[in-house]
Design a protein around this ligand. Structure first.
Ligand code: UDP
Length: 326
């Protein structure tokens, strides 16, 4: 079996990727410092607890398990926090990724899949967003991910590393078998926040901005089921192993959903009514982001299977119903 080192494999997307890897016949080995991840989300292979900025630790793990590929999810990923504390983002995301890339180079691992983001584009100049759109991030989070993408491209040219940068739009939902879900502390994402509010005794939800140039005035995003995102990563490994050219891929559905539409779905899926309040915009939030994901379809054969906002929100509701402390 091909071993894959999965950094951040105890986190939301990384843990779903481990399940997808295992189902595809790969052998995931997780490295996670558990600062945000959960040890009980690591179910498909060993967990090595440590920090990717520690090269001695990385070399020890790589020497022991001899992975043939790396999927790199370990990162800080909240836009607002990155504005308030950029040092944390440059350290975790840039120093961490460069330390990992050096360990990959020294140990002659050929294949590297990066968890990247549509935040590398900044405010889009046209929609839907194509992979070759200008990349002008407006947050330190987006800037750090773009810096790592540049490093990957340069490592590819100079050292022959095969890489894929997966630029997610909004990862959402939960494992359809109920084995994994989204647990961020603190939570800032619209779907888990709205579900938690709906299932609570105080179902208040704050919509951040009602004056965007969108059909209902709330911000529009492209929500993709996390299992589909995980599937795309496995496909990227297969593609590179088959000789595919290193590249960046948008992971989106091409369909925009507004915050108000998300809240309607949460109310439908929970059967509870939300007390919706309107607040000012969140700094750094573009009005609309949705992807042109034709490249992932053409080169990876990737077609999101869990489409439709009720499917995505419904899977998250089901996970929360089983896992929320009463
Ligand atoms: N949002 C909101 N209320 C909240 C949290 C988020 O209205 O309590 C909005 C946010 O302003 C954005 C959308 O929901 O327009 C998606 O935000 P999220 O943080 O889930 O993902 P992002 O697009 O920022 O990665």
């Amino acid at each position: 079996m091909t071993r894959v080192l999965v950094t951040g494999g105890a986190g939301y997307i990384g843990s779903h990727a481990c399940k997808a890897l295992a189902l595809a016949g790969y052998d995931p080995v997780v490295v996670d410092n558990l600062s945000l991840g959960h040890a009980d989300a690591v179910k498909w292979g060993p967990l090595e607890v440590g920090d990717i900025r520690n090269s001695a630790f990385l070399n020890k793990v790589i020497t022991h398990y001899k992975p043939e590929a790396v999927m790199h999810f370990a990162a800080s990923s909240t836009v607002g926090e990155s504005v308030a504390d950029p040092a944390k983002y440059y350290s975790n995301n840039v120093v961490g990724s460069l330390t990992l890339l050096e360990a990959v180079r020294q140990n002659e691992i050929e294949t590297f899949i990066l968890s990247s983001t549509c935040a590398t584009y900044g405010v889009p100049t046209c929609l839907p967003i194509l992979e070759n759109a200008p990349r002008n991030p407006i947050s330190p989070y987006g800037a750090t991910k773009l810096a790592v993408e540049h490093a990957l491209a340069d490592y590819g040219t100079a050292y022959g590393l095969k890489w894929a940068a997966m630029r997610y739009f909004n990862a959402a939902g939960a494992d359809l078998d109920g084995e994994l879900g989204e647990r961020h502390e603190p939570e800032t994402h619209v779907i888990p926040l709205a579900i938690q509010a709906a299932l609570s005794h105080r179902p208040i939800f704050n919509v951040l901005g009602r004056d965007y140039p969108t059909p209902d005035g709330s911000a529009v995003r492209d929500y993709v089921h996390v299992a589909d995102i995980a599937d795309a990563h496995v496909r990227a490994i297969d593609y590179l192993k088959a000789g595919g050219e290193s590249s960046a891929f948008n992971l989106g559905t091409g369909i925009g959903t507004s915050v108000i539409e998300i809240l309607e779905a949460v109310q439908r899926c929970t059967g509870r009514k939300l007390d919706i309040r309107f607040q000012p915009r969140r700094p750094g939030d573009p009005a609309s982001l949705y992807a042109a994901a034709t490249k992932a379809a053409e080169l990876l054969g990737w077609h999101p299977q869990h489409r439709g906002i009720d499917t995505i929100v419904g899977s998250a509701v089901s996970w929360f119903r089983h896992n929320l402390a009463a």
